[in-house]
Design a binder for this molecule. Structure first.
Ligand code: AOF
Ligand code: ZN
Length: 359
């Protein structure tokens, strides 16, 4: 069973087991909101004797699954948890008590829980019970995995990522190019990380505007479609079973047909990002991908609002090796410089993909 034992005689360090816990946590990618993804392994005498992850809000926490898996072997073992064990009664009882009851000897924690109800109280409770606690092992990795959860916990707002593609001469592009961001299913994987994706209604009549996930158990984000107005010839989109909301400025004809198709239509009047986000929030969502394909006019107001109010956290953009002669309407409203931090870049297909965080 290579999941539990790599087969080597090598003695693994805390970081190794924490990385395994992160791997487990990510199995629930996209399914835990508003809860965090959390993974846990129980190690005894250098062997993994229990594993678990938090599958979904409302269900037991990672520690509970790992302890169940370990059974009696949990006694005097070490538990590795990507997030500080909770110490409160929420939808589920406190994990600290479960660890204490199972007679765990040591707990290694990836990161402290930013949830103010927990925030170091979990660590304190374990220490008070005589358990040896080590914190911040592979902390960067754990924090990156929970960047959206942490942002939502600390600000109450969803974590918003802007995504777009540009040509080498700086024009925003409409299509997901198979040679670039869509190469190797990168875009589909990106989508899985988000609870909601916002895009322009212009894409609705384009075939395959959203990649279809054929894998069972893969997260399908809520699709929020921005429409100043809807084209009269709107084809009722195939939303692949994922939830879809169309936000329009005005009443539209044919709403009934659309609604009957399981698609919610919200008439918002003048479109504001905060109103649209309210809609995402009430679904408990932590992370939103704002996909800037299609008609830039659909986005102009909400981009201005987002930049003026510092509502954007991250940007993912690709530079495609094509030249676009036609000048699209530019987004010329941002006058201040927007420094980015923690920038990374890599080659993806024939494009260069750049990621960064707004300061
Ligand atoms: C853990 N392990 O696997 C998770 C934790 O409503 P509840 O009861 O699910 O509590 C949600 C809160 O518990 C969540 O905001 C976070 O602080 C913590 N999540 N904690 O020890 C887990 N998912
Ligand atoms: Zn818990």
């Amino acid at each position: 069973n290579c999941v539990r034992c790599c087969g080597s005689e090598e003695v693994h360090d805390d970081a190794y087991y924490m990385r395994r816990s992160v791997e487990l946590a990510r199995k629930a990618l996209g399914f835990t909101s508003p809860n965090p993804m959390v993974g846990c392994v129980i190690v005894k005498d250098g062997k993994i004797v229990g594993e678990g992850f938090h599958p979904k809000a409302g269900q037991p926490h990672a520690e509970v699954f790992a302890l169940r898996d370990a059974g009696d072997l949990a006694e005097n073992a070490t538990a590795y948890v990507t997030l500080e064990p909770c110490n409160h009664y929420g939808r589920t009882p406190p994990c600290t008590e479960a660890l204490i009851k199972a007679k765990i000897k040591k707990v290694v924690v990836g990161m402290v829980d930013p949830n103010p109800i927990v925030a170091s109280k979990g660590v304190q409770r374990l220490q008070d019970a005589g358990i040896d606690v080590t914190v911040c092992v592979e902390e960067e990795l754990c924090k990156k995995m929970l960047e959206a959860y942490t942002h939502k916990m600390l600000t109450g707002n969803p974590f918003i990522t802007l995504r777009y593609s540009i040509s080498i001469n700086g024009q925003v592009l409409d299509k997901l190019d198979e040679k670039g961001i869509n190469a190797g299913g990168y875009y589909s994987k990106l989508l899985q990380e988000y609870d909601a994706v916002i895009y322009s209604s212009v894409l609705l009549n384009q075939k395959c505007h959203m990649p279809e996930s054929k894998e069972h158990g893969v997260n399908q984000p809520l699709q929020v479609v921005l429409a100043k107005s809807l084209p009269p010839s709107l084809q009722i989109p195939d939303h692949n079973g994922s939830k879809m909301v169309i936000v329009t400025e005005n009443e539209i004809a044919g709403v009934q047909d659309i609604s009957q198709n399981g698609i919610e239509v919200v008439v918002s009047g003048h479109q504001r990002l905060t109103t649209i986000l309210e809609h995402c929030k009430c679904q408990g969502n932590c992370s939103v991908l704002l996909d800037l394909r299609g008609n830039s006019a659909d986005f102009e107001d909400i981009l201005r609002e987002g930049f003026e109010n510092n509502l954007f956290q991250k940007v993912v953009f690709e530079v495609q090796p094509i030249y676009v002669g036609r000048q699209e309407k530019a987004w010329n409203f941002v006058e201040k410089s927007l420094p980015l931090k923690n920038m990374t870049s890599r080659v993806l297909g024939e494009s260069v993909l750049i990621e960064g965080y707004f300061c």
